[in-house]
Design a protein around this ligand. Structure first.
Ligand code: BMA
Length: 319
């Protein structure tokens, strides 16, 4: 697998017309992946020094989620550090992380920025900077509570850093649209714009939230996102795609009709929270439009799916 591509990859199975297809050795992680951690899922992975590194959501024995670094040569077999990432800042308020979950990672210039849902009197967006995945410098929380799914763009838009997010509540948030914000310095955020509303399609009728770091294409920013519907048996999390304007990313060029992926396999329909497929990271092959999507399944596992950027763009453009 590693000889041919720079990412984990399997071709689309014969006879399949799926836009995203599953790795046939899913899931990548199981119950109690490291001592004192019940499950690792909804996590961020990035190519790093010829291999892969990640910041992983680990739900600890006491139920509180926090962040762990993981390493992998092939993006499939992972070794996790057993001590959580220390996230202490000099300012006591920056040091408050009642919990930390659903991380994303982006490379910006020569540094890596981790974004996650940070517990600071309710959920908001925590940020930290690292150069080596050993020392992490926490930055200011990006927004007031309550907010989840902070997802940075991989470059400045004009002169500013830019981030998607989903304002929320203190609980399981039975509502939610995607918003856009800008910052000159990753500290002060403004220029808040509405991007996309939940619905009208039923699969995303309750709420939506940005997923992996948006992918820049000639047609626009490809945004893979999660869409949630409410059923008599609880929330169901699926994935959709939309294209955002390259210069004004709060403008939706087009969004695909229908979900592209959802819970089907036992590791997606059964777990701590059934029926969840929650994308947090994409790695892209250096020489092609192939991508590997890392998603959390059933709030219990990390799983992998594969696709082609060009096909997802076509789907988003409904062509
Ligand atoms: C959301 C987040 C995700 C989780 C999902 C389903 O609100 O907490 O981390 O995967 O609910 O439980």
């Amino acid at each position: 697998m590693k000889d041919k591509f720079t990412i984990p990859w399997q071709s689309r199975p014969d006879g399949s017309s799926e836009l995203l297809w599953r790795f046939d050795n899913n899931p990548l992680t199981g119950h109690r992946p490291i001592p004192g951690v019940l499950a690792i899922y909804n996590s961020a992975v990035i190519s790093y020094e010829g291999a892969f590194i990640g910041v992983f959501r680990g739900d600890q024995q006491n139920g509180m989620p926090t962040l762990f670094v993981g390493h992998s040569d092939d993006g499939i077999a992972w070794t996790f550090e057993t001590e959580p990432i220390p996230l202490q800042g000099e300012d006591a308020h920056i040091g408050i992380h009642e919990y930390a979950y659903d991380p994303r990672i982006v490379r910006l210039d020569d540094r890596y920025i981790v974004q996650w849902c940070n517990g600071y009197h309710g959920p908001t967006i925590g940020l930290a900077e690292t150069h080596d995945f050993k020392t992490f410098i926490p930055l200011e929380n990006a927004f007031l509570p309550y907010n989840r799914n902070g997802v940075l763009f991989p470059r400045k838009i004009g002169d500013n850093y830019a981030m998607l997010s989903r304002p929320s509540d203190t609980g399981h948030t039975p509502f939610g649209d995607i918003f856009y914000s800008e910052s000159p310095d990753l500290t002060y955020w403004g220029k808040h714009r509405h991007v996309m509303s939940k619905g009208p399609e039923w699969w995303q009728g309750l709420k939506i939230g940005p997923g992996p770091i948006p992918i820049e294409t000639s047609e626009g920013w490809l945004m893979i996102y999660h869409g949630v519907c409410n059923t008599c048996n609880g929330f169901v999390y699926r994935m959709g795609v939309a294209l955002l304007d390259l210069d004004k990313p709060w403008k939706v060029i087009s969004s695909g009709k229908g979900a592209i992926f959802g819970p089907e396999k036992p590791y997606e329909t059964t777990g701590l929270v059934p029926n969840v497929t929650f994308p947090c990271a994409v790695v892209q092959d250096a020489g092609s439009d192939r991508i590997a999507v890392y998603y959390g399944s059933a709030d219990t596992h990390i799983a992998l799916a594969f696709g082609h950027i060009n096909e997802l763009v076509d789907f988003a453009l409904q062509r």
